[in-house]
Design a protein around this ligand. Structure first.
Ligand code: IMP
Ligand code: MG
Length: 437
């Protein structure tokens, strides 16, 4: 497994942090390649309980080099805060490296994010308000400034660009509402960023060289994804998506790894489905409120970044099959299997049907159409197989053969439907509650 990517197969929050934490033990280099502080990766291990946003979950393995890749958007204030909190918990960040090519989320990006959400009215995306849309807009409009520029903020040319973008953002914020009040004056803001630059400078590097060197030496490299395939800017349920690349191809683009060097792609999927954002967004397998509420409470399904309750649905094999195609999964990790224990029956969505004539449309379904038109308008409904539930999983369960038969049958349905072997079964947050096969 020299080079492995870990990719979300649903709408994020699949438990990638936990899978990365496990795989990280064998890794020499761990790279986050997309997203920004919109992500919230929860990890619970022998060192404690962590929620990571920008720093790769791999940081908990102190032997590995941990890289924030060029595809990540970095909010310097939040990143410094995260590093400080890790240090307080006695986690060394000496081996953290930040790509000089990663884009900076400036003070105004979260404000513009809020402004854009207000402008969207009823069709709001329900963003995390971390400035993700605006920072990636600036990147592609070529009006962004990167981590390398942050370190050069004292140079006349860079400072001028910074000032120009500051003024443009201020004008946009002044035009509508009262968000401009949250913009400090230019000199104050500049001073703040100069101090951030001093703090982050020791970590900054041209990280693609570290990755090439490691791959050349046959070291183990892990590419850690944030969000999930259904939130990918191209292949997700557009426009209700995030603004970065969440796929295995994105893992290459967001790190500098050549596609020919990727050996394994592990798709992480929950044993059920969740989605967080606006309640009007498409979510074919959403559970009836009563069942969903109970599962949400039992599983603690609230956003790690925003605290919002996540919407809860049955396992949707249509989207995971799609994710398997787009990413080329070589293996699956199924998480949160423990949270389904004790349910009498489990609905398993293996197709979507047009209500009008009953035709199964899953294989031809255009996810873009699906997301724009609400499912009800499209007159499409999920097709379920009802599977028997399984009982509580014993604490002594340490390998595959000790898993309850019902759970194994459920996972076997997933495996045969997706056509990808399941390599990991997560039955709880503890280190020994991850079963490999
Ligand atoms: P943004 O990435 O903050 O622009 O949010 C865009 C959409 O993606 C919103 O519906 C968010 O709730 C969702 N989203 C962004 N990051 C995550 C994540 O890490 N987990 C789950 N949903 C996310
Ligand atoms: Mg999350």
């Amino acid at each position: 497994m020299p080079v492995t990517a870990v990719i979300g197969a649903q709408w994020g929050d699949e438990g990638k942090g936990r899978i990365v934490d496990y795989l990280a033990q064998k890794m020499d280099v761990i790279v986050r390649f997309n997203g920004g502080p919109n992500a919230g990766h929860s990890v619970y291990n022998r060192l404690g309980n962590f929620v990571l946003h920008t720093v790769p979950s791999g940081i908990l393995n102190e032997k590995a080099i941990c890289i924030i890749g060029n595809g990540v958007a970095v909010n310097p204030a939040l990143l410094i805060d995260e590093i400080d909190r890790l240090k307080q918990k006695k986690i060394s960040c000496d081996n953290l490296r930040i790509s000089a090519k990663a884009h900076i989320i400036w003070h105004w990006h979260p404000l513009l994010d809020a402004l854009e959400e207000i402008a969207r009215g009823n069709s709001e995306i329900g963003t995390t308000r971390q400035g993700i849309g605006p920072v990636f807009s600036a990147k592609y409009a070529r009006t962004g400034l990167r981590v390398g520029d942050l370190l050069r903020l004292k140079d006349v040319k860079t400072r001028k660009r910074f000032e120009e973008y500051y003024k443009n953002a201020l004008a946009a914020l002044q035009a509508v509402g009262n968000l401009a009040k949250q913009m400090p004056d230019f000199e104050t803001l500049l001073g703040r960023y100069l101090s951030y630059a001093d703090k982050l400078a020791p970590y900054v590097a041209e990280t693609e060289f570290i990755i090439w060197d490691s791959v050349g030496k046959k070291k183990n490299v892990l590419l850690e994804g944030a969000q999930g395939t259904m939130l990918d800017i191209d292949f997700g349920t557009y426009p209700d998506v995030t603004s970065s690349f969440c796929t295995s191809a994105g893992a290459c683009q967001g790190s500098g790894l050549p596609p020919t060097k990727l050996d394994e792609v592990i798709g992480v999927a929950k044993a059920y489905t969740t989605r967080v954002g606006s309640p009007r967004q498409v979510f074919p397998t959403e559970m009836p409120e009563k069942i969903g509420n109970a599962l949400r409470k039992r599983a603690g399904e609230y956003g790690a970044t925003t605290g919002r309750p996540r919407r809860i649905g049955w396992f949707d094999a249509v989207i995971v099959r799609y994710a398997a195609q787009v990413n080329g999964f070589t293996g699956l990790a199924i998480t949160r299997l423990d949270n389904l224990a004790g349910m009498k029956e489990l609905n398993f969505c293996y197709g979507y049907r047009r209500k009008r004539d009953g035709e199964d449309v899953a294989s031809t379904l255009n996810l873009e159409t699906l997301s724009i038109a609400h499912l009800a308008d499209e007159d499409i409904e999920p097709i379920y197989a009802t599977l028997p539930g399984y009982g509580r999983i014993s604490r002594n369960c340490l390998n595959y053969s000790q898993l309850p038969q019902g759970l194994r049958d459920y996972c076997d349905t997933i495996r045969s439907n997706i056509g990808v072997p399941i390599k990991m079964f997560s039955i709880g947050p503890e280190t020994n509650q991850l079963i490999t096969s």
